[in-house]
Design a binder for this molecule. Structure first.
Ligand SMILES: NC(=O)c1ccc[n+]([C@@H]2O[C@H](COP(=O)([O-])OP(=O)(O)OC[C@H]3O[C@@H](n4cnc5c(N)ncnc54)[C@H](O)[C@@H]3O)[C@@H](O)[C@H]2O)c1
Ligand SMILES: O=c1ccn([C@@H]2O[C@H](COP(=O)(O)OP(=O)(O)O[C@H]3OC[C@@H](O)[C@H](O)[C@H]3O)[C@@H](O)[C@H]2O)c(=O)[nH]1
Length: 394
């Protein structure tokens, strides 16, 4: 099987050996964490054109300027909010493929801004699906591993041996149920909105023949994820865990473990995950009609173990001593507020993506943290020193 990434740009072939035709891709949410890495990959390794739509472009500025970049003319930025912009349909019509990444996707928002979360993840995605269906355009939609919610095993007694049986916790696209908490646990507003848009896309495929692929990312992490509060984001903002812990490390503060850091996650390096998305883009016959878990089942840790590893790696890359009190426990109510709840464990089943696209992640958790924290230190350490030195206005 020929790898699409291993051959030169001029002679690139898909997984079945057919030459890859250059596509025009309408990428919505291109200015975010995943979008910025996908744009980088598409510009440096392929001949595809990208219409990059977002309200911000800070994370892709290096791809847009200056004019003499080798991919000049293949990427154009369109500053627009898909909630209310009549240009959206035209841009989808001009493209061969639409990729929708736009979303509110930070857990601190799910229980505190549930309306914005539901609108962003369901209502705002509706016109994108409609325009793709009506205009016979292919759609790659970004959903989430959160649609699985909690594992079946989490409902078994604590000492049940069945908890060790993968049948009770491995998450399979075509078999696992979606298990959310009660309505007052507003954490699940995001997962529920994502689930309904998945069902709508699936139904468009079944009833109207729309060509679609749904991606369920399992904690993709790497450089440019979210923001560092008080530097390139609001001081009171709460980003996802990688940026929360990076912020604590940069400031020499203890890392906060929500409810003791007992939840488990599998983390995958963004650059590995982007390889999977590129395969989906360039192998429509293998990707259409499928839902794909994209994660790294070998990189499982509790949040406490993640914190401990990040402390060690940061000390290595920065040359600084770890904080005297490395971690502290905080309750979820104190950290996220009322209505928070959590996924207990997230191991992706890899059968579908292995079979359809032959993809496997490569990077260990230690290695991906080393490159990511090197980036965080290089990008933010000086800025943090300045913020800390600034006298607080009285
Ligand atoms: N990073 C992960 O591990 C992860 C995990 C599961 C799911 N996802 C999903 O992947 C997608 C991308 O995630 P990300 O980590 O890059 O998030 P991100 O927040 O970095 O990127 C989302 C981008 O969408 C843009 N956007 C939001 N609403 C918009 C609107 N109305 N109009 C125009 N642009 C808008 C934002 O400005 C942002 O740049 C999301 O759908 C998210 O739910 C990501
Ligand atoms: O400072 C912190 C931040 C977070 N946490 C914990 O770390 C874990 C991971 O938190 P993240 O912020 O990365 O978010 P989650 O993994 O819960 O959800 C994410 O999963 C997939 C995507 O859809 C979203 O990007 C997001 O919802 C949670 O258990 C959270 O409670 C801490 O213990 N301390």
């Amino acid at each position: 099987m020929a790898s699409s990434a291993s051959v030169g740009a001029s002679a690139r072939v898909d997984l079945d050996g057919n030459p890859i035709k250059p596509l025009t891709i309408c990428m919505i949410g291109a200015g975010g964490f995943i979008g910025s890495h996908l744009c980088e990959k598409l510009m440096s390794e392929t001949q595809h054109k990208v219409l990059a739509l977002d309200v911000y472009n800070d994370k892709i500025k290096h791809l847009l300027e200056p004019d003499n970049l080798p991919w000049h003319g293949r990427i154009t930025f369109h500053r627009l909010n898909i909630k209310h912009d009549s240009r959206l349909e035209g841009l989808i019509k001009m493209s061969d493929l639409t990729i929708n990444l736009a979303a509110i996707c930070t857990p601190a928002d799910y229980n505190t801004r549930p309306l914005d979360t539901i609108y962003s993840n369901f209502i705002d995605a509706l016109p994108v699906v409609k325009y793709c269906s009506e205009n016979n355009k292919r759609l790659i939609h970004f959903s989430t591993c959160e649609v699985y919610g909690k594992t079946i095993g989490s409902f078994l007694p604590k000492d049940s041996p069945l908890r060790q049986d993968p049948a009770y916790y491995v998450l399979k696209e075509d078999e696992s149920p979606c298990i959310f908490g009660s309505i007052e646990k507003q954490r699940w507003s995001y997962a529920c909105a994502k689930q309904l848009i998945e069902r709508l896309i699936y139904a468009e495929g079944a009833e109207n023949g729309m060509e679609f692929t749904i991606v369920r990312p399992f904690n993709w992490i790497g450089p440019r994820m979210d923001f560092i509060p008080g530097v390139d984001g609001p001081s009171e903002g709460v980003p996802r865990v990688l940026a929360c812990f990076s912020n604590n490390l940069l400031r020499g503060q203890p890392l906060k473990l929500v409810d003791g850091g007992q939840s488990q996650r599998t983390f995958v390096y963004i650059k590995d995950a982007i390889e999977a998305v590129t395969l989906m883009i360039e192998n429509p016959a293998r990707a259409n009609g499928h839902i794909f878990n994209v994660g790294n089942p070998n990189n499982e840790v509790t949040v406490r173990q993640l914190a401990e590893m990040m402390i060690k790696v940061y000390s290595k890359v920065s040359g600084e001593q770890p904080p005297e009190t490395p971690t502290i426990d905080v309750s979820s109510k104190e950290f996220y507020g009322e209505g928070y709840d959590d996924s207990d464990k997230r191991i992706p089943d890899m059968t579908t993506i292995n079979r359809q696209l032959g993809w496997n992640p490569k990077t260990s958790l230690w290695d991906l943290l080393e490159s990511t924290l090197t980036y965080q230190h290089r990008t933010y350490a000086e800025a943090i020193k300045k913020v800390i030195a600034k006298p607080v206005a009285s």
